[in-house]
Write a protein that binds this ligand. Structure first.
Ligand code: DAH
Length: 341
């Protein structure tokens, strides 16, 4: 039996020499020390030994077990450190390699303009309102005093999406005025920026999708003077302290009276230049006193409340502010162009 134990030890040492991975090593552990392993088999035969021999062989068996365990542990450590070495070698970092440049983006000029305008109005106490881009014809037209036979409803410049003329891609942000009036009690002071859609061919000044910003103020005793004051302050904030504004009479179905506001050219101060096409002024927005019919349809009593509204095309503001001559540049995502802002 002692011989057998010795042999097992020798065999284990011999086998361990050839081990080159952890799976192999574990197989060996099972083979020698496992429940059905060689050592266990021998220990099972101890019953046949004499009383005197039993403790001696038992001790020897334990020694052999410990030795084999130690060898297995050693071999395991060896394998692990070898694996680590290989891994480290494979993962060496070449610190002399050129780095990967991370190109950081920035806000698109359109968004810069939108944020700029939002901040100006937020500073004057306006809240931001939103409305759906797929709109009911009712909100886009009727509720804004644009009846069924009005030329603005022509299929030519409107994207109807249901064939019946009930739903469309909103052609203006003005329907948000109505939605706000229906849902909020005066005093109301909101702006609403958003995408709008018209069936236009793309050229240097047109696109089927563009941005507008709507404004609406409703309270008791609001007059055209409030409109002029608010929008003059806005123009100064946007284009500079020395900016002058002028109002030209105009027509919009949902305001009465209506006007268009021009601002003195920020590029030349009004002398005339390329930006203002030598006129000294640039066109900024449409505005007016909210039509009593529009108030009434939205559930606001025109005998108690009055208000003003305005709307502007944001691409045009961006083009003026940054002296961009072609609208398409704002949509084409050419990094060389966008980098300039
Ligand atoms: N919705 C008009 C348009 O698309 C712009 C506009 C004009 C909005 C006057 C207004 C306004 O709120 O009062 O041309």
């Amino acid at each position: 039996m002692r011989d057998k134990l010795k042999k097992i030890k020798e065999l284990a040492v011999e086998n361990l020499k050839g081990v080159n991975d952890l799976k192999n090593l574990d197989d060996l552990r099972v083979k020698f020390l496992g429940k059905k392993g060689e050592l266990t088999q021998i220990l099972k035969g101890m019953g046949a030994l004499s009383k005197e021999e039993r403790p001696i062989v038992g001790q020897l068996a334990n020694e052999v077990r410990e030795e084999i365990e130690a060898k297995l542990e050693e071999a395991k450590k060896g394998l692990l450190s070898k694996a680590m070495e290989i891994k480290l070698k494979a993962e060496t970092i070449d610190v002399t390699m050129p780095g990967k440049a991370r190109t950081l983006g920035h806000r698109h000029p359109m968004n810069q303009v939108i944020d700029n305008i939002k901040n100006i109005f937020i500073g004057m106490g306006y809240e931001i309102a939103e409305g759906p881009e797929i709109e009911l014809a009712h909100y886009n037209f009727e509720a804004l005093n644009i009846p069924k036979d009005h030329p603005a409803r022509d299929e030519q410049d409107t994207f109807y999406i249901d064939g019946k003329g009930d739903f469309l891609l909103r052609t203006q942000t003005s329907p948000i005025q109505v939605r706000v009036m229906e849902n909020k009690k005066p005093p109301i002071r909101i702006i609403a920026p958003g995408r709008v859609y018209r069936s236009d061919e793309v050229d240097a000044t047109h696109s089927p999708i563009f941005h507008q910003l709507e404004g609406l103020v409703i309270d008791k005793g609001i007059t055209m003077g409030d409109l002029k004051g608010a929008l003059a302050v806005f123009a100064k904030e946007l284009f500079g302290e020395d900016t002058q504004v002028r109002f030209r009479p105009h027509h919009f179905p949902f305001t009465e009276p209506s006007a268009e506001m021009d601002a003195s050219c920020f590029a030349c101060g009004g002398k005339g230049c390329r930006v203002c096409k030598d006129s000294g002024f640039i066109e900024v927005l449409g505005c007016g006193m909210v039509h009593p019919k529009v108030l009434e349809m939205a559930g606001i009593d025109p005998n108690v409340y009055s208000g003003f509204a305005f709307g502007m095309g944001l691409e045009r503001v961006a083009m003026q502010k940054y002296a961009i001559s072609d609208l398409r540049l704002l949509f084409e995502n050419d990094v060389k162009f966008l980098k300039q802002f």
